[in-house]
Ligand binder design. Structure first.
Ligand code: J2J
Length: 544
C-alpha cells in the first residue's frame, strides 16, 4: 500500500509540461548552485560562514556520515534543531542520500516527537544537547529505549546530537568522519524528483497532527515561485527568525527560495527583536518573515534601538491574521514593505504582491502563487458561494499534495473525492482579487501562528483525575490573536491553569498547547447533533 496519495498522472504531466516541476532533487540543486557560484556566501550563523561550495561539501560529508549510521534512501529522520546552521547542513546532508527530514518544532516534546518517530518509523533523530533550558538527550534516551523494548529486533532509531552528545552520536564527528575529502561522484542515491523530500507537521484538527508529504518537485516549485514573486536575487539576504523547520521560514520563499536565487541566508539564533534588528543592521538583511505577535516588539525596537534598517526591503507577516492597523505601521516605522503570507504546510501559499496597493497589502492575505493553484470557496453544503461572500477555502494545485502521510481514513475527510484539500479556513475574495481570511471552521486554535488542535489537548485533559469532560476553545487575545481556554466539568476541586500546565508538561505535551485559563462548568452546551457547541462556549468568554 502506498504511504500517501500522489497527483494523478494527467495533472503531474501538466505540471511538468508547464515547467513547475523541474525534475530535480534538492541534492542536485545544491550541487548546481555550488557550481554556479562556488565562492558566494550562502549561510551565516554568528561568526561561522559557508559559501555555496562549502555548503555542498558539508552536505557530502554529512551524507556519508548519515549513511555510516545506516540511514538510507527513503528513510525518515526527525530533525528537531533550533535555528542553527546545523539545521540547514543536516537537511542537505539528508537530501543528498535521498533521506527524508521530518520537521519537529523547537517546542515539541515527548508526545509530538514520539508520534513523528512512530508514524515516520524514523531511522534517526537529530537534536541539540540542551535548548531553552531543556535537555533533549534525556528525552531521546527514554524514547529510544522505550521503542526498542517494544519492538526488539527492529533497527533502532539513532540519536545524533549537536553539542555535547552524552551517550549518543556526535553530529560534528559525523561530518568529520570523512575529513575534508569525499569520494567524488556522490549522487542522490538515485533519488527521483517525484520522491518524498520532507514531511511537514500539519497544524492538526483531530487527534495527533498529521504529516504532510512534500516531494522534491512540488517543494522546489513552492520555494522558486515564492522567490520569483519576492524578486529575490543573489544580492538578497534572508534572515531566518521563526523556526527554520516551519514551512514559512524554509520555503515561502525563506531559506530555500533564497538559495534558489543565489542569495545569502543569515540565521537568527533567538527571536528577540534586539538580536534580529542588530543582525539586519550588521548583515544588511533585505527580507525576513515574522508572525504577527512579534511585530509590535520589532516596531518598538526599531524606534529606540538605534539600528540601521535601510537594507530591509520586505517584511513578510503570516501564520495568523495581522490587524490592518498594525500592518499599516510597518511601512512608515520600519521602512520596509509589508507582505502578508497566508500559507499552510498542506501546500497552498498566498502572498500579497509587492506592487499591490498599500490598502490591499495591509487588509488582505494575498493570492495564490501559482497560476495553476485552484481555489474554491464553498458553503456548508460544498456549493460555491457568490463571489465576495465568505466560505470554506478548498484548494488543489502543483504543490498541494493530495493526502497526508499514512492517514488513509483521515484523508477521506480532509480531501474531496476530486482531490481538493479542505483547509477549514473561512475566506472571502475581495474586489482586489486577493483573499481575506475571515475565520475558521476547523477545531483549531491559532495562538499567534502556533496551531493547537483542540481535540488533541482535550484528550490529554480527560486523563486528569478530576476532569470528566473538557472543551478547548480560542479566546480573543490582544497580544496573541487567540489563546486557548479550557471549559471543564470536574469531580471535586477543578485544577487551576498552572496545575494543568504542569500536568500536561508531565504528559510530554508541548507547553504552548496548555490552556491559559480553566473555566469549571456544570455542563457543556451541545449542538443539535450532540457535539459540544464550541460557538456557544466562545460566546461565554469575556471580550478582551
Ligand atoms: C490568517 N490565518 C493564517 C494568515 C496561516 C506561510 C505562512 C504561514 C504558514 C502556516 C505556512 C495566515 N492569516 N496570514 O505554512 O508556508 C492559518 C490558516 C492556515 C493555517 C496553516 C507558510 N497564515 N494561517 O501558518 O500549516 O488557518 O502554516 O490554514 O502552520 O494557519 O498553518 P501552518
Amino acid at each position: 500500500m502506498k504511504a500517501h496519495p500522489t497527483w494523478p498522472d494527467a495533472d503531474a504531466e501538466r505540471y511538468r509540461r508547464a515547467g513547475y516541476w523541474s525534475g530535480r532533487t534538492f541534492g542536485s540543486y545544491l550541487r548546481s548552485w555550488a557550481g554556479a557560484r562556488p565562492g558566494h556566501l550562502a549561510l551565516v550563523d554568528g561568526d561561522r560562514r559557508w559559501t555555496y561550495a562549502e555548503l555542498d561539501a558539508a552536505a557530502d560529508r554529512l551524507a556519508l556520515g548519515f549513511r555510516s549510521l545506516g540511514v538510507e534512501r527513503g528513510d525518515r529522520v526527525v530533525v528537531h534543531l533550533p535555528n542553527r546552521a546545523e539545521f540547514v547542513l543536516a537537511w542537505f546532508g539528508l537530501q543528498r542520500i535521498g533521506a527524508v527530514p521530518v520537521h519537529a518544532m523547537p517546542g515539541h516534546r515527548r508526545t509530538e516527537i514520539e508520534h513523528m518517530v512512530r508514524v515516520g518509523e524514523a531511522a534517526a533523530y537529530i537534536i541539540p544537547d540542551r535548548h531553552a533550558r531543556f535537555d533533549h538527550r534525556e528525552l531521546a534516551r527514554q524514547l529510544v529505549d522505550d521503542l526498542a523494548k517494544e519492538a526488539a529486533g527492529t533497527p533502532p532509531c539513532r540519536v545524533v546530537v549537536c553539542g555535547d552528545p552524552g551517550a549518543h552520536r556526535d553530529f560534528t564527528r559525523l561530518e568529520d568522519l570523512y575529513g575534508p575529502t569525499v569520494p567524488s561522484g556522490l549522487g542522490d542515491d538515485g533519488a527521483e524528483s517525484s520522491d518524498l523530500a520532507l514531511l511537514l507537521l500539519s497544524g492538526g484538527t483531530t487527534g495527533l497532527p498529521k504529516l504532510v508529504p512534500r516531494t522534491h518537485d512540488d517543494y522546489a516549485y513552492n520555494a522558486r515561485a515564492a522567490a520569483g514573486i519576492c524578486a529575490l536575487d543573489e544580492d538578497s539576504v534572508y534572515l531566518a527568525v521563526l523556526p527554520i523547520g516551519f514551512n514559512f521560514t524554509l520555503a515561502c520563499p525563506g531559506v530555500l527560495g533564497t538559495f534558489m536565487s543565489g542569495g545569502t541566508v543569515v540565521i537568527c539564533p533567538d527571536p528577540s527583536p534586539q538580536t534580529a534588528l542588530r543582525l539586519i543592521d550588521e548583515r544588511r538583511v533585505t527580507i525576513t518573515s515574522l508572525s504577527p505577535p512579534l511585530v509590535p516588539y520589532w516596531l518598538e525596537e526599531a524606534e529606540h534601538g538605534g539600528h540601521r534598517l535601510d537594507s530591509l526591503r520586505v517584511l513578510q507577516v503570516g501564520g495568523a491574521r495581522i490587524s490592518a492597523d498594525l500592518a499599516r505601521r510597518i511601512g512608515p516605522e520600519l521602512g520596509a514593505r509589508v507582505q502578508q503570507v497566508f500559507g499552510m504546510a498542506e501546500g497552498l501559499i498566498n502572498l500579497t504582491r509587492l506592487d499591490d496597493a498599500e490598502e490591499a497589502a495591509c487588509t488582505t492575505q494575498g493570492r495564490p502563487i501559482s497560476p495553476d493553484d485552484e481555489i474554491l470557496i464553498v458553503d456548508a453544503e460544498g456549493r460555491p458561494v457568490t463571489d465576495g461572500e465568505p466560505g470554506e477555502l478548498l484548494t488543489r494545485g502543483p504543490y498541494t499534495p493530495r493526502g497526508y502521510y499514512r492517514a488513509e481514513e483521515h484523508n477521506r475527510r480532509a480531501f474531496t473525492p476530486d482531490g481538493f484539500y479542505r483547509s477549514g479556513d473561512l475566506v472571502r475574495r475581495t474586489p482586489s482579487g486577493n483573499l481575506e481570511v475571515v475565520g475558521r471552521i476547523k477545531d483549531q486554535i491559532n495562538r499567534g501562528g502556533e496551531k493547537i488542535a483542540a481535540t488533541e489537548v482535550e484528550e490529554h485533559l480527560l486523563t486528569h483525575p478530576a476532569i470528566t469532560a473538557a472543551a478547548l476553545v480560542g479566546a480573543p487575545d490582544a497580544q496573541w490573536g487567540e489563546r486557548p481556554v479550557a471549559f471543564v466539568i470536574c469531580q471535586g476541586q477543578a485544577p487551576g491553569s498552572r496545575e494543568l500546565a504542569s500536568f500536561l508538561k508531565q504528559r510530554g505535551l508541548a507547553a504552548y498547547k496548555a490552556p491559559d485559563e480553566v473555566i469549571a462548568v456544570d455542563r457543556l452546551p451541545l449542538t443539535a447533533v450532540g457535539k459540544i457547541d464550541k460557538q456557544a462556549l466562545a460566546r461565554r468568554l469575556p471580550r478582551p
